[in-house]
Structures are given as structure tokens and as C-alpha cells.
Design a protein around this ligand. Structure first.
Ligand code: NAD
Length: 249
């Protein structure tokens, strides 16, 4: 129960890695707001959290709209009395070459992965600074470090690399307020995928990594829970790989 008494906001918490993070933080004692663009999924995960005895909120918002993000954060702060932990997990990917990439492709991928992270951080920071406490963990990707290579293209790699630079810069900016800002760079993590080609690409990449398997969403969630906890009070600006050895730096 190392997060007992804490409140968290997890973006993209309605499924996949975000769902595992939301459930893990709740399992460690936090109240959790689950934000997602798909309301039904957010509701379902909020229900799972309540079933284990924590308070939960389902919030429907599009992270690419700052007004929606600001309203979502205000609602969580009002209901929970503040936000101690922000997990910027929501993300979208796409497999397309640069020559075929449209303006809209670039905007969509960069906006959700990078702009959404900025909007959420900007919205939660005043409350964290006032209370001189905060834990921000953003989900980047191995794609940022190795230049894509699994699924997703240059716009995705650029956006996720942007998350790394943003994380380090923000970590410097707010360390004096006892706010830590870190990121996790997952490798190939197994989530339900409808697209057969994408599933195959992930299986092949996982077979090449030293651990010869895909990671589980819970293995990413465990790293988030650590960075969000008071076991990590002196860690900030860190980019933690959770990739089974796929890429080492
Ligand atoms: N699965 C992997 O192998 C892998 C590897 C590296 C990094 N990641 C990153 O992990 C994070 C979680 O991905 P996942 O694999 O669980 O994917 P996913 O597609 O299952 O989950 C992403 C979630 O974000 C939500 N979302 C998308 N756009 C949104 C928006 N505009 N506003 C609010 N919510 C939005 C979706 O509805 C969904 O619930 C992403 O940032 C992804 O880039 C995943």
C-alpha cells in the first residue's frame, strides 16, 4: 500500500498498458481517475478500481484539446482534492513511410503523443507546485531511442523522442517543488491488436529481443508504480527502459 492516500490521473487508462497502470496504482492504494477518449472503456476500468475498494473517476476527454484537458484536471482535483500522480500514457501509432505521410498523419500522431503530454503536465502543475508534491511519469517508447523499427514510423519516433526531451527539461524546471518527472520507454508490450500485420511485426521483434518474449502491460505498470512512489524520491529526469533487453543504452 505504498500509494495509500495518493490520487492519480492516468491518461489512456481505458485499455492496454494504461488500464494495467490504473489498476496497479489502485492496487498500491491510490484513488485513480481514468481518462480516455473512449468513455465506455474508462467506465469499465473505473468499475474495476472501485471493486478493489478505491475511489475511481471515469473521465472522457480528447487530450489534443487543451480546454478538455483543463476541464478534466479541474474535475479530478475537485473530486479527489488534488492530483499527486500524473501518468501520461495515452498514445497512438501508425505505420507509414515519410514520403507517404500526410500533414494530418503527422499532426494526429504528434498531437496525441506529445502535445497531449504537454497539456496534461501544464494543467496539473499549479496544484502540484502549491502542494509541493508531484510525480509525473510519461510513456515514451523504444522507438524514440532506436528510431522506430517495430511498428510506427518517423512521426511516432519523433513524438516519443519529444516526450523524452520534454521530460528532462520539465524535471529540471520543477525539481525545486518536490515534483519528479520521469519517463518509461517500453519495448514490445503485448496488448490486444486487431491488425494481423502489426501483431506479426511485434511477435517477430519480440523474438529478436534477449528475453525472447513480449512484455506484459503489468511489467510496465510496475515500473510506473515504482517511479510514482516514495521509493523513487531522488529519481528525476530518468528514462527507464522496460524492453526485455531489446535496446540498451
Ligand atoms: N504496446 C506497445 O508495444 C507499446 C510500446 C511502446 C510504447 N507504447 C506506448 O504505451 C502507451 C499505451 O499504449 P497501448 O499499447 O496500451 O495502446 P492502446 O491503443 O491499447 O491504448 C491507448 C489508449 O489511449 C487512448 N487515447 C488515444 N487517443 C486519445 C486521445 N486523443 N485522448 C484521450 N485518450 C486517447 C485510447 O482510447 C486507448 O485507450 C502509448 O503511449 C504507446 O505509444 C506501447
Amino acid at each position: 500500500m505504498r500509494l495509500a492516500g495518493k490520487s492519480a490521473l492516468v491518461t489512456g487508462g481505458g485499455r492496454g498498458i494504461g488500464r494495467a497502470i490504473a489498476l496497479r496504482l489502485a492496487g498500491d492504494g491510490a484513488d485513480v481517475a481514468v481518462l480516455d477518449i473512449i468513455g465506455e472503456n474508462a467506465e469499465n476500468v473505473a468499475g474495476e478500481i472501485e471493486a478493489i475498494g478505491r475511489r475511481a473517476l471515469a473521465i472522457v476527454a480528447d487530450l489534443t484539446c487543451s480546454a478538455q484537458v483543463n476541464a478534466a484536471v479541474a474535475k479530478v482535483e475537485q473530486e479527489f482534492g488534488g492530483i499527486d500522480i500524473l501518468v501520461n500514457n495515452a498514445g497512438v501509432t501508425q505505420n507509414v513511410s515519410v514520403v507517404d505521410m500526410t500533414d494530418e498523419d503527422w499532426e494526429r500522431i504528434v498531437n496525441v503523443n506529445l502535445r497531449g503530454t504537454f497539456y496534461c503536465c501544464r494543467a496539473v502543475l499549479p496544484g502540484m507546485m502549491r502542494r509541493t508534491y508531484g510525480r509525473i511519469v510519461s510513456i515514451s517508447s523504444v522507438s524514440a531511442k532506436q528510431g522506430s523499427g517495430v511498428w510506427g514510423a518517423a512521426h511516432y519516433a519523433a513524438a516519443k523522442a519529444g516526450v523524452i526531451g520534454f521530460t528532462k527539461a520539465l524535471a529540471r524546471e520543477v525539481a525545486q517543488y518536490n515534483i519528479t518527472v520521469n519517463a518509461i520507454a517500453p519495448g514490445v508490450i503485448q496488448i490486444p491488436i486487431a491488425d494481423e500485420r502489426r501483431r506479426k511485426a511485434k511477435e517477430e521483434a519480440a523474438a529478436r529481443c534477449p528475453m525472447r518474449r513480449q512484455g506484459r502491460p503489468e511489467e510496465v505498470a510496475a515500473a510506473v508504480a515504482f517511479l510514482a512512489s516514495d521509493d523513487a524520491t531522488y529519481i528525476t529526469g530518468e528514462i527507464m527502459d522496460v524492453n526485455g533487453g531489446l535496446y540498451m543504452d
